[in-house]
Ligand binder design. Sequence first.
Ligand code: PMP
Length: 407
Amino acid sequence: TQDVVPQAPEDPLFGLMAAFRRDTSPNKVDLGVGAYRDDNAKPWVLPVVKMAEEKLRKDPQLNHEYLPIAGLADFTSAAAKLILGGDSPAIKENRVASFQTISGTGAVHLGALFLAKFYPRTANQPVYFSAPTWVNHHQIFGNVGLPVQTYPYFSSSTKGLDFTGMIKGIEAAPEGSIILLHACAHNPTGVDPTAEQWKEIAAVIRSKNHFPFFDCAYQGFASGDLKRDAWAVQYFIEQGFELVVAQSFAKNFGLYGERTGCFHYVAAPSGAEASSTATRVASQLAILQRSEISNPPAYGARIASAVLNDPALFAEWEGNLRTMSGRIITMRKALRQNLENMGTPGTWNHITDQIGMFSFTGLTESQVMKLREDHIYLTKNGRISMAGLNTKNIEYFSKCVDKAVRE
Ligand code: PMP
């Protein structure tokens, strides 16, 4: 290895964060970070998380033993209900295998690893991602040896969904391909299909016998409504798909460092057979999980479980979610309004049409570099983290965008 390991390029986001930290300007604005910030640009510990921690501290039973290989059962079952629906037929019919993972990344990885080993890829079909997608998807699926391809997704002219391109791309994929879908708040674009469009996406996936892989990193964080953000996943389940879901609790609980997530395999409804499929899948997931992490980390799962299983804490959580999503939506409105008031060249409706943590602004790389001179940090693809904007910096940011676009 000594002579053959090449130097890998630095992760661009981490380079951006380092440059931001070095910047001593009082005006500096960090729009790279994919984590929620409050109106003072500070990390926010959700009040409900503090309450759950208090409850855990008082629990005399609490110890530091290993969790089971599949994780904390109270957590994984509540996590399944949250994303699949409390009265999901899949849960009632025991068609679900749920494994606690190292946050959403670990869930995507466990799913990719499982499919690399067991998914019958007769024609060596690639896995299909939206263009663009979360960059880590390429690495995670590439690392387990699955070939990857993309389907069209983002229209740079409308800065919205290229729906026709998406449908055509999915249709053109070889029969039985794995299609990766973002359940809500698409990263990096912030562009989601409408309910009607989801129905057509489901129909084309069904007609080509494709396999849906949902990545759900923003449930409740996107719209402030947990049910609404789970709509697409639940619609696919109603339609009787066999599918998998990677679920993260990083953003919606503000539990970034605790690595709290879950992977769900859902068998298609086919009588008693379906429940035995889920049991067999679980037995294989257990082997994969054991070889990789033995058992998942306890602390974040205990916090999430305390909230998900307690109606009063759950209601408090919903309020906290509305605080986060509401602040972000307010910033979207303010940014669009400012740019439209200044007559900044271009159209800006996409800022409020897009949803969730990120907005694909349409700013070009050279405009991004001009903003850097004004101490504003965002990735070169023009993606901004909406959470980096607040009532103190929104005017400054709007003016700098206006200037960069006009130059
Ligand atoms: N998928 C997507 C689309 C994401 O945006 C993220 C968060 N950046 C994740 C998965 C996983 O994040 P984490 O591992 O922190 O849960």
